[in-house]
Structure formats: structure tokens, C-alpha cells
Design a protein around this ligand. Structure first.
Ligand SMILES: CC(=O)N[C@H]1[C@@H](OP(=O)(O)OP(=O)(O)OC[C@H]2O[C@@H](n3ccc(=O)[nH]c3=O)[C@H](O)[C@@H]2O)O[C@H](CO)[C@@H](O)[C@@H]1O
Ligand SMILES: C=C(OP(=O)(O)O)C(=O)O
Length: 428
């Protein structure tokens, strides 16, 4: 168990390079099980969730080898079992992604309910809907879900909601299915696009990548490949938020500008100016932060929705930024009912926030934040509290750092390199 001890209110400077996207790495690792050939991942973040996915693959009979700090070679040459390890699965939400790939590879998968962030109910209905449509029989057992098929067959699927991992499971099963599958109301986040590109390299044909209608032609035998994980736009957004609240000018290197369109629009509503120079994004956090009112002076709103709207995983960071902006902002979190409660911590640090209900908060800024003792409840709230602590006067201690490590590789080292005063210490 570790904690971060932070001395806040220091301006930061320099440049930072984001790691590979967690939410792309996880489905791509699951997809490696679709083939017995080696798959090499570049720019893969060495984070706790990735390590768990690799352990699951090893437990199934596969192998993995780290070739560099961000390169891992995976080979599911043999798959010796179809029941997944309970303890491993319950550590992460993404273990559910083995349903699609194991069905594609072996036709069977026994999967304990997945773990993951406690940010509200995490429904699996869309996963079940899609996999059943492709010819899977699913039994909801007392301790595990049992997925079985005599052969996946391509079909028309209309998802009841644009679930990210639901779409990814459907994609992996469809890539191994006989014939053509059409997924409508599909999720199209950059990480879903990344998985599609990997499946294409493995031999599937996919049309409509980046849209909400995906047409997949499955392949009897999928091959190994080399796949580069894209930069994590959530980490990029987090660094942009950090620059803003610490009054710092930071350069974020090697971004994919198209993935940042909505994040930049929303940050601009908070007065955070960003500028693109090729593939670098400069965040002018050293300029005044002022909420931009809507037409006729109305109080503006920031809300989330599936891609290409503002990502739910950026909401906590945006709320934290708003505490340092002149003006009033309404935040409406539509996707999860447990994500807003972390604002109690910000209020405890001095922020002026009204929690209207589980989905809405009003932030009135700017407020002086003061360092305190904090507990990280989930990845994004944890990162947001870390950002708040770096903006706050005095010392903060953040416990449950494991939550932040789930999604951000070497975060303390990256922060130190731009001038942050942060120490990772064991919890006595
Ligand atoms: C490993 C991974 O990739 N995890 C991400 C994935 O989780 P995950 O795939 O579990 O999330 P889903 O996309 O299934 O759903 C997230 C939440 O949004 C709601 N919902 C979803 C779609 C929709 O059209 N309307 C709607 O209200 C769902 O009911 C649920 O409460 O996507 C979430 C939404 O971007 C992110 O927070 C998670 O970080
Ligand atoms: C909620 C998240 O992750 P997971 O779906 O893996 O719990 C996240 O990345 O913010």
C-alpha cells in the first residue's frame, strides 16, 4: 500500500508525453487470445490493469514477455482452460472482454462477474444482447456467467446503448464469426477504433471504423500482428486540467488532435486556452481562467455522452478545473450515478460546489484550495484529487494510490519531471 504526499501551489513547466491508452490496451490484450500466433503491442502502458490482463492470459495457458518498458509480446499459443480465474477477474472491469475473444477462440468461457471502479451500476445487458445475437447461449450462474456457442454466426445487431466494452466484445466475437455482422448503435470511441484496426490487421474486414455502424466480415483463422496503442486522450485531458489549476504552461507531446476536439471545446468553456502545434498541444494555464457564459449570459453546462461528445471519464477533472475558474458552471453527469460523490473531497479542500443530486453539481469559482488528507475513490476521481492537491496551498496526502496507478503509468515520475513536489511513500 502506498500514498502520495504532495506540496501544492507550485507552478509547473515543461513538456509531458502521455502513455498509451488504458482503454485501448485492455480490449486489444483480450483480442490477442483470438489467435495462437504472437501479437506484439507497442506503446502499451505498464499499468496495473494491463498487468492483470496479462496474468489472465498466462493463467489460460498463454505467455507474455516485456521487450521494453512499453512493448509486450503476447502469445496465446495454447488455451488450456475456459474458466477464468475468479480473483483476477474481480480485480478489473475489463476481464469481461475475454467473453468475446474466448468465444471466438474456443466457443466457451466461464467468467466471474468483473470488478472495476465503483462509479455506479455497470450493466452488462448490451454485451449479452450482442453475444446472444451471434449465437451464444449464456447462463447466469451463481458464481459466474457461462458463455457457450456451437459456432458464432454473423448477424444484424442493434445495441440497446452504445456500450464501449459491449461493442468491443461484439467486435471480437464477430471477427471470428462465420459471415457478416452489422453492429448498429455501436460505440465509436478512439479505443474502439484502435481495437477495430487491430482486428483488421489480424484478418477481419471491418467497414465503418469511427462511426456507429460497423460491418464486420469474420475470418476462420485470425493471425498475429504488431499493434501500436494510441495516446491516452484521458491522460492528455488530465494534464491539460493540471496545467490550468496550477497556472502553468505545459506542452503535451504526441497527441492525436482529432481525438481532442470536444475536450478542447469543453476546456475552452472553462477559459482554458489550448493550442495545437503539429502533434503537440500547448496548454496556456498561465492565462486567466474565466467561465465562458452561454448566449445571452446564461449559465453554461458541461455534460457527458458517448463519443464524440465529452467523455464521462473527463468529468471529474473538468469539475476540479472549474473550482479555479471565475464564474459558475453546471455539470450534468448522465452516464454514471456514482461519479459525482467525490466532490465532497473538493468541498473539504475549500471548493464551492453544490451537489444537486447524484448526477448534477454546480461549481462556483474560484476558491482557494487547502491541502488535506484524501482517499482516491476511483481512477478519474483519484487523478482529479491529485490535480486538486497540486493546486492547493500546503500539504496533502492521498491514500489508495492503487486506484490512480490503475490508469496512469509512472504518474509521480511524470509529475516530478515538470516540477511537481510529490513523493510516493509506503503506508506504515
Ligand atoms: C475499460 C473501458 O473501456 N472502460 C470504459 C468503458 O466502460 P464500459 O464499457 O463498462 O461502459 P459502457 O459504455 O458500457 O457504459 C458506461 C455507462 O454509460 C451508460 N450509457 C452508455 C451508453 C449510452 O448510450 N448511454 C448510457 O447511458 C451506461 O448505462 C453505463 O452506466 O466506457 C465507459 C464510458 O465511456 C468509461 O467510463 C470506461 O472507462
Ligand atoms: C471507469 C474506468 O475504468 P474501468 O471501466 O476499467 O473501471 C476509467 O477508465 O475511468
Amino acid at each position: 500500500m502506498e500514498k502520495f504526499v504532495i506540496q501544492g501551489a507550485h507552478q509547473l513547466s515543461g513538456s509531458v508525453t502521455p502513455g498509451g491508452s488504458k482503454n485501448e490496451a485492455l480490449p486489444c490484450l483480450a483480442a490477442a487470445v483470438l489467435t495462437d500466433e504472437p501479437v506484439t503491442f507497442h506503446n502499451i502502458p505498464r499499468i496495473a490493469d494491463v498487468e492483470v490482463m496479462l496474468e489472465v492470459i498466462a493463467d489460460l495457458g498463454g505467455t507474455f514477455e516485456w521487450l521494453a518498458d512499453d512493448v509486450v509480446k503476447v502469445q496465446a499459443g495454447q488455451v488450456n482452460k475456459t474458466d477464468l480465474d475468479r480473483e483476477l477477474c474481480q480485480r478489473i472491469r475489463a476481464s469481461i472482454l475475454f467473453a468475446g475473444s474466448m468465444l471466438g477462440r474456443t466457443g466457451r468461457c466461464e467468467l466471474p462477474p468483473p470488478g472495476g471502479d465503483v462509479i455506479g451500476r455497470r450493466r452488462l445487458d448490451s454485451h449479452f444482447l450482442a453475444l446472444e445475437a451471434l449465437g451464444t447461449h449464456i447462463e447466469v450462474g451463481e458464481k459466474a456467467y457461462i458463455f457457450e456457442t456451437d459456432g458464432l454466426v454473423g448477424t444484424e445487431i442493434f445495441l440497446d446503448e452504445a456500450s464501449v466494452t459491449g461493442t468491443e466484445n461484439a467486435l471480437m466475437a464477430a471477427a471470428a464469426a462465420k459471415g457478416e455482422t452489422v453492429i448498429r448503435n455501436a460505440a465509436c470511441e478512439p479505443h474502439v477504433q484502435g481495437l477495430c484496426r487491430m482486428l483488421v490487421k489480424m484478418g477481419a474486414r471491418i467497414d465503418g471504423i469511427g462511426t456507429n455502424i460497423l460491418r464486420i466480415k469474420g475470418s476462420k483463422s485470425l493471425w498475429g500482428c504488431e499493434h501500436r496503442i494510441g495516446p491516452d486522450y484521458l491522460e492528455i485531458g488530465s494534464f491539460a486540467g493540471l496545467a490550468a489549476v496550477t497556472g502553468s504552461k505545459l506542452t503535451i507531446k504526441d497527441v492525436v488532435p482529432e481525438d481532442l476536439r470536444m475536450i478542447r471545446i469543453v476546456f475552452a468553456k472553462l477559459g482554458v486556452e489550448t493550442e495545437l502545434k503539429g502533434n503537440d498541444m500547448i496548454v496556456h494555464g498561465d492565462r486567466e481562467l474565466k467561465v465562458k457564459r452561454d448566449l445571452h449570459g446564461a449559465i453554461p453546462k458541461i455534460d457527458d455522452a458517448p463519443w464524440p461528445a465529452f467523455p464521462t471519464d473527463m468529468m471529474s477533472v473538468a469539475i476540479t478545473v472549474a473550482t479555479q475558474c471565475h464564474g459558475t458552471m453546471l455539470f450534468f453527469e448522465k452516464m454514471f450515478e456514482g461519479r459525482m460523490f467525490f466532490v465532497d473531497n473538493l468541498i473539504g479542500m475549500g471548493a464551492e460546489i453544490v451537489l444537486c443530486d447524484p448526477h448534477r453539481v454546480v461549481v462556483v469559482g474560484p476558491s482557494q484550495l487547502y491541502g488535506t488528507t484524501l482517499e482516491s475513490p476511483d481512477i478519474r476521481a483519484g487523478m482529479s484529487l491529485l490535480i486538486a492537491a497540486l493546486a492547493a496551498k500546503g500539504e496533502s496526502t492521498i491514500y489508495n494510490v492503487r486506484q490512480i496507478d490503475r490508469g496512469y503509468a509512472n504518474i509521480d515520475k511524470k509529475l516530478k519531471a515538470i516540477g511537481a513536489q510529490i513523493e510516493r511513500l509506503p503506508v506504515e
